[in-house]
Design a protein around this ligand. Structure first.
Ligand SMILES: Cc1cc2nc3c(=O)[nH]c(=O)nc-3n(C[C@H](O)[C@H](O)[C@H](O)COP(=O)(O)OP(=O)(O)OC[C@H]3O[C@@H](n4cnc5c(N)ncnc54)[C@H](O)[C@@H]3O)c2cc1C
Length: 384
């Protein structure tokens, strides 16, 4: 970087982390190019829950209004058993929404374009060099003041720098899908709830993510092959959740099965979130089970913080990267710990699990679970 030119960032991955980083840097005077391996933004029809901490980041980067236009506000989360009996009922104290993931990503991309961010599609990253060079699969090596590997859980940028300290593949995982909402579901008092039904080690997570779409995650363990099968094995799901036969018929009929697969949850830790002028962000740095709905939230918070800290240090990239990890990593590790604790319960027999859920309702436990959503993230102090 010369004193007259703008600092420049090359980012691998146009997901939540890559696009939010692009917007936050462009707002602070950087020229930014984002490389996405696919030919367009990913359009998988999943929903995503975004809690108050993530919503504050979206406000801070100017993508909030566009994101929430069709989102479903959430007021209550319920746990129910296979017979649909209520186990627990928790009212959300702060704002949370469930939104179509595509809508969220598209809102960030639109905001980026308005700020002059260049989006390069069909542009897969192959790796990076600590001196600040992004290598593309097609051959070019692109110099930058900062490279960000936001290329998801199987990040090639991260792996080219050999940064993984531990990667734990959990026994539980999920199939995510979206089906059309029925008119009676739109009118129902359940419309603003997230409901999680448990049966044995299986779960159904159910909640609207737009006026027309119902998002469902079917959670099963790897040692339950019928539970991991896509398209679903209707008979075994109906046997597990006998009250939900009609729902499974709809899922079987309406889900876009070519886009659905079971993926195991993972917990990923790095030796360092950066190497030289390369930062690793989002799932590439800190994937976690989705039980707290905070993988995306942490991704959003951390990349905004990176841009803020770069600004604070006058774009002294290596110093900023070190400060960034020092300040932001502890909360992310807290979130990883508590989100995987919930996954541990999936292996417990019901007789032990239900008392454990009761413990999760204790104020101290609630405080640990809510710490991330209550956090006022770096760069969002001015947001209300
Ligand atoms: C079942 C499930 C449910 C979840 N629910 C929630 C939830 O409710 N709330 C929440 O906050 N989080 C949730 N998460 C976590 C959340 O999805 C992730 O934390 C979030 O998507 C991470 O964003 P990312 O940008 O780091 O990665 P991704 O969203 O994976 O984006 C990475 C991008 O990089 C691109 N890419 C990959 N490789 C390359 C390459 N070599 N070159 C260029 N581009 C590349 C990909 O195509 C993609 O566009 C859930 C996760 C799972 C598995």
């Amino acid at each position: 970087m010369t004193s007259t030119s703008k600092p420049h960032a090359e980012i691998a991955g146009a997901g939540l982390a890559g696009l939010t980083a692009a917007v936050a840097l462009a707002e602070r005077g950087w020229s930014v190019r984002v490389h996405e391996r696919y030919q367009s933004l990913r359009s998988q029809g999943f929903g995503i829950t975004t809690h108050a901490n993530g919503l504050r980041v979206l406000k801070a980067v100017g993508a909030y209004e566009d994101t929430v236009r069709d989102a479903n506000p959430l007021s209550v989360s319920e746990l129910r058993d296979s017979e649909d009996r209520l186990i627990s009922h928790t009212r959300y104290r702060a704002q949370s929404i469930r939104v179509s993931r595509y809508r969220l990503v598209a809102a960030l991309a639109e905001r980026g374009r308005a700020l002059g961010v260049e989006l390069a599609f069909n542009s897969a990253a192959a790796g990076a060099d600590r001196a600040g060079e992004l290598r593309l699969e097609s051959g070019p090596r692109l110099k930058a003041d900062l490279v960000i590997g936001a290329d998801g859980i199987n990040s090639r940028v991260r792996d080219s720098l050999d940064l993984i300290r531990s990667r734990r593949i959990k026994a539980d995982g999920a199939m995510r899908l979206v089906i059309p909402r029925l008119p009676e579901e739109v009118a129902s008092e359940d419309a603003n709830k997230v409901i999680e039904w448990w049966s044995g080690n299986r779960r159904i997570i159910y909640g609207a993510c737009s006026p027309t779409e119902l998002y469902i995650a079917l959670v099963a363990r790897a040692d339950d092959p019928l539970g991991c099968q896509a398209p679903i094995d209707r008979a075994s799901w109906i046997q597990a959740f006998p009250k939900h036969g009609a729902l499974f018929e709809r899922i079987h009929r309406d889900a876009e099965w070519d886009k659905v697969m079971w993926v195991p949850f993972q917990v990923l830790k790095l030796t360092s979130w950066s190497a030289g002028r390369v930062a690793i962000a989002g799932d590439a740095a800190h994937a976690m089970p989705p039980n707290l709905g905070q993988g995306g939230g942490c991704s959003l918070m951390n990349v905004l913080a990176l841009a803020v800290i770069l600004e604070e240090t006058g774009n002294d990239v290596e110093r900023a990267l070190s400060l960034w990890e020092q300040r932001e990593r502890p909360l992310t590790e807290h979130t990883q710990f508590w989100s995987q604790l919930y996954s541990v319960l999936t292996a417990w027999p019901r007789a032990l699990r239900e008392p454990a859920f009761a413990l999760l309702g204790l104020p101290w436990m609630q405080k640990q679970y809510r710490r991330t959503s209550n956090h006022i993230a770096t760069g969002t102090e001015h947001v209300n």
